[in-house]
Design a protein around this ligand. Structure first.
Ligand code: PEP
Ligand code: MN
Length: 272
């Protein structure tokens, strides 16, 4: 594997870098929020709920890559503005997905972290554009991407000068149908072996089932993950996207508190 920047050739130990006032890679990253920003009221309410539940970053999609063109496509720029304002109100940095190169620099005005979604992992022009920004990039693993392909995508971003990449394992497609995707926890351990970059997991998309999210969050911490990104909604049945996998705010808070305990336990076990 030719990973000059993402690999361990030059940087031997795990890297950590600041995102606002947190050190990703050494502090546990807990990103939470709705799949989509649906309205100003919705994102403000969920921002308060996840903040008090223990999140340290707010998520919310404004440009949604949906399977059907007839499904809700997101609020676009307005959504980013609402997200930014909600993050500011509760004092949390915000992350949101961009789906095309033209939106990258505009999005930088509103978000603290740029997300590149699974469907765009190998959109090389998008990766290069993200690499020219000064924002950390949350790079999700593609639905069918090998670990090597995924790490090479991080390399694309870093090769443009942006070294702040956070990898995100969000489940891959397998023959299994009970779960929405198969959350590949061995990929987390493999990334820790092959790369110095921080890596988190997305058990929401990784399982598609609220009941499985808690166990997968805890397991991913033990696999070496630096945190999780989770979808939370106060009324999943009314959500405009991914309602079936949304956690209620109280479920999120219970998971967050278990994760924090496990994080401390892991620190007592491993020299990081
Ligand atoms: C999302 O985070 O809402 C999303 C669309 O994720 P993914 O790209 O992993 O499917
Ligand atoms: Mn989603």
């Amino acid at each position: 594997m030719m990973l000059k920047l993402a690999g361990k050739t030059n940087v031997k130990s795990k890297s950590a870098f600041p995102v606002c006032d947190m050190m990703v890679g050494s502090d546990m990253l807990l990103i939470a929020g709705p799949c989509s920003v649906e309205s100003e009221e919705q994102i403000f309410a969920i921002a308060e709920q996840v903040k008090s539940g223990g999140a340290n970053m707010l998520r919310g999609g404004a440009y949604k890559p949906r399977t059907s063109p007839y499904s809700f496509q997101g609020l676009g720029r307005k959504g980013l503005e609402f997200l930014k304002a909600a993050g500011k109100k509760v004092g949390m940095p915000v992350v949101s997905e961009v789906v095309d190169t033209r939106a990258v620099f505009l999005a930088c005005e509103d978000v603290d972290v740029i997300q590149i979604g699974a469907r765009n992992m190998q959109n090389y022009e998008l990766l290069k554009e993200a690499g020219r920004t000064d924002k950390p990039i949350l790079l999700k693993r593609g639905l069918h991407a090998s670990i090597e392909e995924w790490l090479n995508c991080a390399e694309y971003i870093m090769n443009e000068g942006n070294e702040r990449v956070i990898l995100c394992e969000r489940g891959i497609r397998t023959m299994e149908t009970y779960t929405r995707n198969t959350l590949d926890l061995s990929a987390v351990a493999a990334v820790r072996e092959l790369s110095h970059l921080p890596v988190i997991t997305d058990p929401s998309h990784g399982t598609g089932r609220p009941s499985l999210i808690g166990p997968m969050c805890l397991s991913s911490i033990m696999a070496g993950s630096d945190g999780c990104i989770l979808e939370v909604h106060y009324a999943p049945e009314l959500a405009l996207s991914d309602g079936d996998q949304a956690l209620l705010p109280e479920q999120f808070a219970a998971i967050a508190s278990q994760m924090k305990k496990l994080w401390m336990f892991r620190q007592s076990l491993v020299e990081e």
